[in-house]
Design a protein around this ligand. Structure first.
Ligand SMILES: Cc1cc2nc3c(=O)[nH]c(=O)nc-3n(C[C@H](O)[C@H](O)[C@H](O)COP(=O)(O)OP(=O)(O)OC[C@H]3O[C@@H](n4cnc5c(N)ncnc54)[C@H](O)[C@@H]3O)c2cc1C
Length: 366
């Protein structure tokens, strides 16, 4: 391995690896400098939705950006499967936002309709109980209906990450684990990064270190005002196929296990699991899907989301240190395809896609 590259990517989660792969397959020399096994790693603990519907209420371009990514996902998944020989468990059957009361159904409809009026590609359909039961016969009697969106899908985030590692290596990239970056200095036309494994130099660098970006960004005059937000997830034993469509809090994987989730707790840097939240998640899942009552949970875990003050991404280049970029987002699974295909040309010297004009960190300082 050498130590001078066109690009250093700091952080090997889904954000860093999607960008690193996109750069390497376009002929750049790329090193991914990653942290330790014990680092906080959202990419290894998430729910696996490739989700569009309902996003963009505060800024419609966030919904459009998520849509662009979901549109690219089928080709992206196929490319990663070809490169890695892995099955990612990706599908885009459309997603359901299930409602247990008429009020919550009306609120969901109001939201998706607002977004549809901003961009007619953000389509949706309102399903009453009867139509929903036609699509999901096992749905519980308490469910009054759902909002369906054809743009939503899901994938195994772990196979996606593993496939990205393989595809990146095949494209000539160097992945360097246990190389947490401690300092970054501007040197001549490039950057010098000190890590636990020595010094690396690069012409450009992209900060993709998740929660680690907060400390790294100021070293190149960037700003990453991010905080952790814990989510806990349960996974069950495998059961017969009963849920073809992912929902925001329950999805059945390609292998047959069922993921249950959607908690959000402000507990600082604590990625633990608690009995009360686990019980709450399980109870909440049984209401719409009573068959889960007799299914065993085999594992539960906590993971920390990487949240900006408005939950939307930051894409910035440093004015003081041109060539130093920051990329951080909460939906790194959903946005992986867009990061690989639409963001990388900007890092290579092209224009920032106009759809991303809003997503600089300055918006938090007006
Ligand atoms: C519970 C939960 C559910 C989620 N569900 C979804 C979902 O359904 N759909 C979706 O799109 N997104 C979801 N997400 C978000 C998604 O997981 C993240 O957006 C995604 O993992 C991208 O994270 P990342 O690469 O920015 O950070 P991480 O995965 O946290 O990776 C950051 C990497 O940077 C490394 N690092 C940190 N500091 C340094 C340093 N100083 N030097 C070098 N390396 C460093 C770490 O070791 C780590 O490997 C969920 C997240 C959580 C927590």
């Amino acid at each position: 391995m050498k130590n001078t590259y066109d690009f250093a990517i700091v952080g090997g989660g889904l954000v860093g690896m999607a960008i690193a792969y996109g750069l390497a397959k376009r002929g750049q020399t790329v090193a991914v400098l990653d942290g330790e096994d014990a680092s906080f790693r959202a990419a290894r603990g998430n729910f696996g939705l490739v989700w569009v519907s309902g996003k963009g209420r505060k800024e419609p371009d966030y919904g459009r950006w998520s849509f662009e990514s979901s549109r690219l996902w089928p080709t992206f998944a196929e490319e990663l499967e070809d490169a890695s020989g892995l099955k990612l468990g990706y599908s885009r059957p459309g997603g359901l936002n299930i409602a247990l009361t008429e009020d919550s159904l009306a609120a969901s409809v109001e939201n998706v309709d607002y977004l549809y009026r901003q961009d007619a590609r953000l389509t949706y359909d309102v399903l009453d109980g009867g139509r929903l039961r036609g699509m999901v016969p096992d749905i519980g009697d308490d469910v009054v209906g759902a909002v369906y969106s054809e743009n939503d899908g899901h994938v195994s985030p772990l196979y996606t990450l593993r496939a990205l590692f393989t595809a990146f290596a095949k494209a000539g990239g160097d992945y360097v684990p246990k190389a947490a970056v401690s300092t970054i200095e501007r040197r001549g036309d490039g950057f010098r990064l000190d890590t636990a494994l020595g010094t690396f130099c690069s012409a450009k660098l992209v900060l993709c270190a998740g929660l680690g970006n907060r400390d790294l960004a100021p070293m190149v005059s960037l700003d990453a005002p991010i905080v952790p937000l814990r989510g806990q997830i349960l996974v069950t034993e495998r059961v017969r196929p009963f849920l073809h469509y992912p929902t925001l809090s329950v999805r059945q994987t390609a292998e047959g296990s069922v993921l249950l989730g959607e908690s959000a707790e402000d507990v600082g840097l604590d990625a633990g699991v608690t009995a009360d939240i686990v019980a709450h998640i399980a109870r909440k899942a049984i209401k719409p899907f009573p068959l889960l009552h007799s299914v065993n949970v085999v594992r539960a875990w906590g993971a920390l989301r990487v949240m900006t003050p408005d939950s939307m991404p930051i894409y910035d280049e440093s004015h003081a240190c041109p060539g130093a970029f920051l990329t951080t987002c909460h939906s790194g699974v959903t946005l992986a395809a867009a990061h690989c295909e639409l963001l990388v040309p900007w890092l290579l010297g092209g224009q920032l896609p106009p759809i991303l004009d809003y997503f600089h960190a300055k918006r938090f300082h007006v």
